[in-house]
Design a protein around this ligand. Structure first.
Ligand code: GLN
Ligand code: ZN
Length: 774
């Protein structure tokens, strides 16, 4: 296939690049600064050097327009808050005293002031700091960071394009400041915010910026009529500014939908659209509005948030179609490369066969450049790349890793009955009550106990060969002994083994399932200086041998009370991994579910009568567009049920979710058909209990009565008060008593005291219940 040459030279660009550096130098410098080991200048030098190296790397790879301003010492939304002067009153003194320390105070809080709240950046695993706005917010422009980083690029001799969070997305991501009415709409501040953006744009123009990119990912979500009007107004006003840079409005993570015709008509010079996955709908939508005559289209054809090589032939076909729809078509990743690790070439431990299928930020940049060359100069010039790419894609498709006939046959044979328990919930509940003989208001925990320094040392010792497998297992067993004995003494009813052997609730299972691949350097930013290394779900999933039974059985052998088996559910296993892109997510989820089902069945066979399958990611994985949610919830709930339905009616299935705002998925939670759910609720216990009751949730539930996110020890009186309130919404036969999440991040002294108080409270309230036989 040969593509005709583009009229205007096609350029390669990216919207953002991983910030951390090849060996997480940024993390080390920032944490060193916090600890007093690195000076402010030292930190600034490291940051400047990392930015320089990134620009070099991008320019050397052939990227024509390099982004600036995407770099951050903590978070780009916080940088935007600084840029528009929306510093919360409680942080102003700190920011005025020292801009850098004030910045970190907003991010992390200090002894005196609370930080900004943190939440997920759309449906990624990156977290941003939520702007706090109110009717009294006064914005003021501070373009210093943006201008300085642009000037660095100019001085280095690379063509650069500053990237800003757009005004609509900034406002839509904000929440009412403390003390402001909960129904306050930050978007009503648009008229106040636009002049600040105008000033920043003018400053960047004065510094020589030809183009500026305004990121508006919030426009890929369902937007109200008023919000769509605000988009039109914002870009009409910014477009009407005299002497401004050319504006590229970027959307990503999904299709633009109703906002597309608005932006196509707006007086801006360029539009960036996502052409991967469901966002491919942008293609037809763009044709339907008559394209972007006279405008620049930046086509995100390389998936910016997953780790697989691009199908270059398919991307060229898409790009070829797009050529007719805009004045000029440039090539990019679908979103910032912030969401993928830096360099697949660093991964020496991955089978070379498989690493050929992987593209991290560095490889994606090369793909973008290759596509831009092919589009601009004809495909002959990239013929070798195309041939190699076709061979790699074919190898991936034919590989035994991605096609395990046994796994496929088993998944294909699944029937509806496999995802249904043998008895309906109400009948199971009776059977379980008789079988388990628990008191009213039973006490339990969410699974993990403190991950102590000794446990981390044991893992490090094992890795370094200082102890052998047997030595390591001895240390874990001794920890389990302590955890069980504490729980027995404290009087907890349903015990856990404490998860001492788990480094991470997804990674632990990924390491034991066939089809998963682990990386050595595949770090991606989760928030601030916290980086995670998501496993790669690369192939068909199977479980060669039991993963947790050994530890749970050992724990059970130490006690007569039930010990709850603990597993991570299929949705969370997908959500916190890089997942394969060569089959629907539901197909992958079903394979994971079947592997986990074997584990659940083995736990039961080993004598387990209570098994918990955690799904903290169920809600966050909800698609951005409402229209896509039903399909997601169907496979998500099906895979959970498939995991948990192989057991007898008497076996009690628990699940756990880490949030209190479950209102929009309460039906799905019910569809999981679990017997007991524990929820994060300590901060609003009553609200959660009432909401469950209001939705008619018929099952047993444990809204958390101990907030594990703080080192504070709740008193027995506090917990009793919460329980009494909870009882006004949920009857005693269905109310559990538990903390609101796992205890792994806490210290033993607080955990001990808190759980003792929790048991005391449960006993006290139990004694006041009418039919308190126990
Ligand atoms: N069982 C896990 C734990 O206790 C659950 C963690 C979570 O909900 N994120 O650590
Ligand atoms: Zn949790």
């Amino acid at each position: 296939m040969t593509t005709k040459s583009a009229a205007a030279a096609t350029r390669a660009t990216v919207y953002g690049y991983p910030r951390q550096g090849p060996r997480r130098e940024l993390k080390k410098a920032i944490e060193g600064y916090w600890a007093g080991r690195v000076t402010a200048d030292g930190l600034r030098d490291t940051a400047a050097e990392l930015r320089r190296a990134n620009r070099d790397r991008l320019a050397d790879a052939g990227v024509h327009e390099v982004p600036t301003g995407d770099f951050s010492l903590y978070d780009h939304v916080l940088d935007t808050t600084v840029m528009v002067g929306a510093i919360p009153p409680r942080h102003r003194a700190a920011v005025e005293a020292d801009a850098l320390d004030g910045y970190f105070a907003m991010a992390r809080g200090t002894q005196e002031v609370a930080p900004l709240e943190m939440t997920k950046w759309f449906d990624t695993n990156y977290h941003y700091l939520v702007p706090e706005l109110g009717p009294d917010t006064v914005f003021s422009a501070n373009s210093r960071k943006q201008v300085a980083e642009f000037e660095e690029a100019v001085a280095q001799g690379v063509t650069a394009r500053p990237v800003l969070v757009g005004p609509i997305t900034y406002l839509l991501l904000a929440k009412p400041a403390p003390g402001v009415a909960a129904d306050f709409q930050p978007l009503t501040l648009l008229d106040r915010l636009l002049p600040v953006y105008a000033e920043v744009l003018a400053d960047l123009r004065a510094a020589g910026a030809e183009w500026v990119q305004l990121d508006e990912p919030a426009l890929v979500q369902d937007r109200s009529f008023a919000e769509l009007n605000a988009i039109a107004r914002a870009y009409r006003d910014l477009g009407a500014l005299a002497d401004r840079p050319r504006l590229l409005v970027a959307s990503y993570f999904d299709r633009l939908g109703e906002a597309l015709p608005i932006l196509a008509k707006a007086p801006i010079e360029g539009l960036a659209l996502d052409f991967t996955g469901a966002a491919c709908a942008n293609l037809d939508a763009l044709a339907a509005v008559g394209g972007l005559p006279g405008k620049r289209l930046v086509a995100g054809v390389v998936d910016g948030r997953n780790v697989w090589i691009n199908d270059l032939g398919r991307s060229l076909a898409t790009l070829g179609t797009l050529l007719g729809l805009a004045e000029r078509v440039d090539v990019a990743a679908s979103c910032s490369l912030l969401h993928v690790p830096l360099d697949a070439g660093d991964e020496r431990d991955i089978d070379p066969q498989i690493s050929r299928w992987l593209a991290f930020a560095r490889q994606k940049t090369e793909e973008i450049v290759t596509l831009a060359r092919g589009l601009g100069q004809g495909t002959d010039i990239i013929a070798t790349h195309l041939a190699a790419n076709r061979a790699d894609l074919a190898a991936r498709k034919a590989s035994a890793l991605t096609h395990d006939p046994a796994v496929r046959a088993r998944a294909a044979a699944v029937t509806d009955a496999d995802g249904r328990r043998s008895l309906p919930y109400a009948e199971r509940a009776t059977t379980q009550r008789a079988h388990l003989g628990l008191p009213l208001l039973p006490t339990t925990t969410i699974g993990s106990f403190p991950q102590t320094g000794e446990l981390r040392t044991a893992r490090a010792d094992l890795r370094a060969g200082r102890i052998d497998e047997a030595g390591y297992e001895e240390r874990i067993e001794s920890e389990i002994r302590d955890v069980i004995s504490f729980q027995e003494k404290a009087g907890i009813d349903v015990l856990v083994h404490g998860e001492a052997e788990r480094n991470d609730m997804v990674q632990y299972f990924a390491e034991r399932l066939t089809g998963y691949v682990a990386t050595r350097h595949g770090w991606v930013q989760s928030y601030g200086t916290r980086y995670v290394r998501p496993p790669i779900l690369a192939g068909d999933i199977s479980r060669p041998e039991p993963m947790t039974v050994r530890w749970t059985s050992f724990a059970q052998s130490l006690s007569d009370r039930p010990v709850k088996g603990m597993l991570t559910g299929p949705v969370t296993m997908l959500a916190w991994s890089f997942v394969r892109d060569d089959q629907p997510l539901g197909t992958t989820a079903r394979q994971v579910a079947l592997a986990l089902r074997d584990e659940v069945d083995d736990l039961e066979a080993a004598g387990g009568s209570v098994i918990q399958v955690d799904e903290p990611a169920l809600r966050e994985t909800l698609p951005l567009r409402v229209a896509d949610r039903a399909e997601y919830l169907a496979w998500a709930t099906e895979s959970f049920r498939l995991t948990t339905s192989g057991v007898h009616a008497a076996t009690q299935i628990h699940t756990h979710m880490c949030y209190a705002e479950f209102g929009d998925i309460v039906q799905a939670i019910d569809d999981l058909d679990a017997d007991v759910i524990s929820l994060e609720a300590a901060r609003s216990h009553m609200q959660v209990a009432r909401e469950l009751a209001a939705h008619g949730y018929p099952r047993e539930a444990g809204p958390g009565v101990y907030d594990i996110h703080s080192p504070r020890v709740p008193s027995a009186e506090e917990v009793s008060a919460l329980l009494r309130e909870g009882l006004t919404a949920i009857p005693a036969e269905r109310l559990w008593v538990n903390p609101d999440c796992g205890l792994k991040t806490r210290g033993w002294p607080e955990v001990r005291a808190s759980l003792e108080n929790l048991v005391a409270a449960a006993r006290e309230v139990r004694a006041t219940l009418p039919d308190a036989a126990s």
